[in-house]
Design a protein around this ligand. Structure first.
Ligand code: PNS
Length: 169
């Protein structure tokens, strides 16, 4: 049974994220989409609980995809879920530098958790985003929506009204 974790802040989930989740679900027996806190992002549009509901709703059609949230380190979540495989999407070259650093950091830190009888190397696998979604980011979605623009075509249709409601209130 091969389980992979697809981590992110998903604030909100975009069509680019969905593309990676769908493709990962065909490659692994189980994919856990884990909503985590990105300490570099000081404010958020949706609370963690709202994101869990939003993702669970959109992803319910995939039998082998589950949604979780975690307030801690990704490597600890991986260990608690008995897997060492992380999936990340790469949109373009500027993603690469910070993704490489994060992957190498997680690998190095996971190696400090090795025990005599158990290896625990957290491996990050990169999937190239489908080109039609490579310009989309959650930050861009929040920015357009904050100026009252529709984000249809950027996020799953079910999420469009949730984002609009945030900026109406
Ligand atoms: O969607 P994002 O914001 O690019 O995802 C980044 C995320 C949430 C995966 C990353 O910030 C993360 O893993 N946060 C949890 C804390 C952690 O493990 N930090 C160490 C690696 S940077």
């Amino acid at each position: 049974m091969r389980t992979a974790i697809y981590p992110g802040s998903f604030d909100p989930l975009t069509l680019g994220h969905l593309d990676i989740i769908e493709r990962a679900s065909k490659m692994f027996d189980k994919v856990i989409v884990c909503i985590l806190i990105n300490s570099g992002k000081k404010t958020s549009l949706f609370s963690l609980d709202e994101r869990v509901i939003m993702l669970s709703d959109v992803l319910s059609k995939y039998d082998n995809v589950t949604v979780a949230s975690y307030k801690g380190l990704l490597i600890d979540f991986a260990r608690e879920n008995d897997t060492n495989i992380i999936i990340r999407g790469l949109r373009e070259v500027t993603d690469f530098a910070c993704e490489l650093q994060m992957a190498q950091g997680n690998l190095a830190m996971s190696r400090t958790l090795r025990t005599e009888d158990k290896d625990f190397d957290v491996e990050t696998l990169f999937l190239a985003t489908s080109p039609e979604y490579s310009f989309i980011s959650s930050t861009m979605v929040r920015e357009f929506a904050s100026y009252g623009r529709s984000v249809k075509g950027f996020v799953p249709d079910e999420i469009v009204p949730l984002i609009e409601a945030k900026f109406r209130s």
